[in-house]
Write a protein that binds this ligand. Structure first.
Ligand SMILES: Cc1cc2nc3c(=O)[nH]c(=O)nc-3n(C[C@H](O)[C@H](O)[C@H](O)COP(=O)(O)OP(=O)(O)OC[C@H]3O[C@@H](n4cnc5c(N)ncnc54)[C@H](O)[C@@H]3O)c2cc1C
Length: 326
């Protein structure tokens, strides 16, 4: 039996999210073992260029291009994916655990009456069994989960979980026409677009995050400067967002975004569980805190016990120098 994996491709402002390319690359690695195919499923409006780009990441690219799919709505997107999955009957469905993914995939899994593992960070095949790696309790427990049975189980993965690998040859593009059904109970009143940051917080390789220890919004300037040098993003704890020093878009944690950059630097952040559950799978964690007993140090690969206002200017200069030298 073919073990084809279907990856729902998320796009933002006409470009493919990096995290979707990660999933396509991982799906390819898995399907190569079972001589199966990777399908990229892209839904939206004006999808030609996106389809061309996706060709180099999938065996088949299924495009559903319709003006009614220009902006994400769970009812229309769910309807389209449900149609595709029922028509093609994939072995597994992958999606990204972004805000859209968190909204869409549980609804889709419920509709398909199948199982879902959300917010995973890894996947392996062991014989016939699929094993999915998922953190619990703010990363204190890392579990392996398996599906007992089910048709086309759905798995959402955190961004930055896998490496991206482009293929040499392009796959085939298939355009599907699907009837778009809008739920009559839903009306879009207004779309509030997120910030215009160059780098998406969830896809950033480098995040420097400020907490209450930053003492005020004006001190975030140095974090912006460091993020700029590193082509990364500034994040914030909820205490900071609640104090209106930063926008909600920057919030990392349980009620904010889950991030997994290559490097996370926490500045003046205590490391409350609600925060760490949003960043504990970062590859390298650095914490700057003047309190040696701050819980963040339990998660840190490198800890600096000092006043952040003494450390940050020196850090900025060092990073700048290193960048210039390379
Ligand atoms: C339902 C719920 C959901 C939540 N969701 C989130 C969430 O998504 N994200 C989130 O972040 N929080 C969330 N929280 C809040 C969370 O529990 C903490 O209250 C919050 O993370 C604390 O933010 P902080 O670390 O910036 O502040 P604090 O806990 O006040 O820590 C400030 C730290 O700065 C250090 N410091 C002070 N001055 C300096 C200095 N000059 N140099 C170095 N260090 C210094 C202090 O030693 C201290 O450790 C949530 C809470 C609840 C109840």
């Amino acid at each position: 039996m073919a073990k084809d994996i279907y990856v729902f491709v998320e796009c933002k402002d006409g470009t493919i999210r990096k995290a979707s390319l990660e999933l396509l690359s991982k799906a390819r690695e898995l399907t190569e073992k079972t001589f199966s195919n990777v399908y990229a499923v892209a839904v939206g409006f004006g999808m030609n260029e996106i389809a061309e780009d996706l060709k180099f990441f999938a065996d088949k690219v299924i495009i559903v291009d319709n003006q009614d799919l220009k902006d994400y709505r769970w009812d229309t997107y769910r309807g389209v994916l449900e149609y595709i999955i029922k028509k093609y009957n994939p072995f597994m469905v992958f999606g990204v655990a972004t805000a859209t993914g968190k909204d869409l995939f549980p609804r889709l899994a419920a509709r398909l009456n199948t199982a879902i593992i959300a917010d995973a960070i890894g996947i392996e095949y062991e014989g016939e069994e699929i094993k999915v790696r998922k953190p619990f309790f703010g990363g204190k427990i890392l579990s392996w989960m398996a599906f007992r049975h089910g048709i086309a189980p759905v798995i959402t993965f955190r961004p930055n979980s896998f490496a991206i690998e482009k293929r040499q040859t392009g796959g085939e593009i298939v355009e599907e026409t699907v009837e778009i059904k809008k739920d009559p109970r839903l009306t879009t009143l207004k779309l509030n677009k997120g910030s215009n940051h160059k780098v998406d917080l969830q896809e950033a390789d480098f995040i420097i995050c400020g907490g209450r220890g930053m003492k005020g919004s004006e001190h975030f300037r140095i974090l912006e400067e460091i993020a700029y040098i590193m082509n990364g993003r500034v994040g914030a704890s909820r205490a900071v967002v609640d104090s209106k020093w930063r926008e909600y878009d920057d919030q990392v944690g349980k009620s904010g975004k889950t991030v997994a950059p290559k490097v996370y630097i926490g500045c003046g952040i205590s490391g409350a569980l609600h925060h760490t559950m949003g960043m504990d799978t970062s590859k390298t964690i650095v914490a700057i805190n003047k309190d040696p007993n701050a819980p963040i140090f339990q998660y840190a690969d490198y800890g600096i016990v000092d006043d952040l206002f003494a450390i940050l200017p020196a850090l900025k200069e060092e990073l700048k120098k290193t960048k210039e030298e390379n």
